[in-house]
Design a protein around this ligand. Structure first.
Ligand code: OSB
Ligand code: MG
Length: 381
């Protein structure tokens, strides 16, 4: 495959329901999309699910992603094409920019665009390319509310639509009460909480009060860059700890497996977000390694557009991803207007993949272009 041009645009997506986490409330997302154009005129699309600033973690903001793409990643692709004449597949694309440290979200946008081109060339849905077999599976919702009433309202709506798995955002002072209220209201639902690293070594012990509420897991209680301290507190709290922010690669996963040791199958869970681990290739490698170690995993979301969500849902067909992921908004569609011709839908909390090429949905170019702010283009020789 030979490229003619890469362009990066920012698509402005407005959330239907504002989303609150320990690091703030999001309403409008400015999303870089990588458009890779081949010499024969096909276009591959990759979303980079950025947030408005680096409060979730480093380099997840759009200014950082744009810089990495413009200054380092896309120029590396241009040089690799000059040297090798083209790319035979996704692995060769990854190899072109592998020398860049970090920039996991930015890298994932290029990889996703390349997967889209490969899918178009092979006329296959992602799930078939990835060897998925489970065509129907349970999906969950992530609730980021400002107060108990709002959380209960969003949960009520999700459960009435048939969702059987809820995740709720917590932070110091807004933790035990919302979790207890949800558990009392929904005794049988799969319930988990996400702290987005809002606790530290002085106040985490408060979370021990969550043991007894039969939670599936506590996501990222401590520091975004820590694995070790979370492995220590995991020995003192019976609810499993799930790592999100601190896992970027298979190597990070190996560190967690080693630190949890024999406790890993029972006490460790990994949230695998493809963009946070540089792309689908690494996401699959992590899931398979965890499956081998008997450790549970699931696919997290980043309030992605329907394009990104549909791609992640294809990944869910691999049985190595054992728990339901974050894929649906409790308030209905995530965005006032999304960029695909059809919206994502599921029945009774179950999603079924279809025969559609790539993610299984198509870009609505009228909406995409109308919501896009062009940023830059990189020409290939
Ligand atoms: O920590 O999982 C997170 C959204 C933005 C940033 C971080 C996180 C989230 C979510 C996922 O909770 C929400 C979703 O995409 O459904
Ligand atoms: Mg999380």
């Amino acid at each position: 495959m030979k490229f003619r041009k890469a362009s990066v645009v920012i698509v402005e997506l407005t959330l239907r329901t504002p989303f609150t986490t320990s690091f703030g409330t999001s309403t409008v997302m400015h999303r870089p999309f990588v458009l890779l154009e081949t010499e024969d005129g096909r276009v591959g699309v990759g979303e980079v699910p950025t947030l408005s600033n680096p409060a979730y973690k480093a380099e997840c903001d759009h200014p950082a992603v744009l810089t990495s793409l413009r200054e380092f990643l896309l120029p590396s692709l241009v040089r690799a094409q000059e040297t090798h004449g083209g790319f035979s597949g996704v692995d060769e694309v990854i190899r072109a920019y592998d020398w860049v440290k970090g920039a996991v979200l930015a890298k994932s946008g290029i990889e996703a665009a390349m997967w889209d081109l490969m899918a178009q060339e092979q006329h296959l849905p992602f799930w078939k390319m990835w060897g998925g077999t489970r065509t129907s599976f349970t999906v969950g919702v992530s609730i980021g509310g400002k107060n108990i009433e709002q959380v209960l309202g969003l949960a009520e709506n999700a459960v009435s639509l048939g969702y059987q798995r809820l995740k709720v955002k917590i932070w110091p002072g807004f933790d035990i009460e919302p979790a207890r209220a949800l558990r009392e209201r929904f005794p049988d639902v799969l319930l988990q909480v996400d702290a987005n690293s809002a606790y530290d070594m002085t106040n985490w012990t408060r979370l021990k009060e969550l043991d007894g509420l039969d939670l599936l897991l506590i996501e990222q209680p401590l520091y975004d860059d820590d694995i070790y301290l979370q492995s220590l507190i995991s020995k003192e709290i019976t609810t499993p700890i799930c790592l999100d922010e601190s896992i970027h690669s298979l190597r990070d996963t190996e560190v967690a497996l080693a630190l949890w040791g024999d406790l890993a199958p029972e006490r460790l869970v990994i949230n695998i977000k493809p963009p946070r681990v540089s792309g689908f290739t690494e996401a699959i490698a992590i899931a398979k390694r965890c499956e081998e170690a008997g450790v549970r995993t699931w696919i997290g979301g980043m309030l992605d557009s329907a394009w990104g969500k549909a791609s992640n849902l294809n990944l869910n067909t691999l049985t190595a991803f054992t728990l339901p992921g974050d894929h649906f908004s409790p308030g209905g569609a995530y965005f006032v207007e999304d960029i695909t011709t059809a919206s994502l839908s599921c029945t009774n909390g179950l999603y079924t993949v279809g025969p559609g090429i790539g993610p299984g949905l198509e870009i609505d170019w009228e909406v995409f272009n109308r919501l896009s702010h062009p940023q830059f283009e990189v020409a290939f020789a």
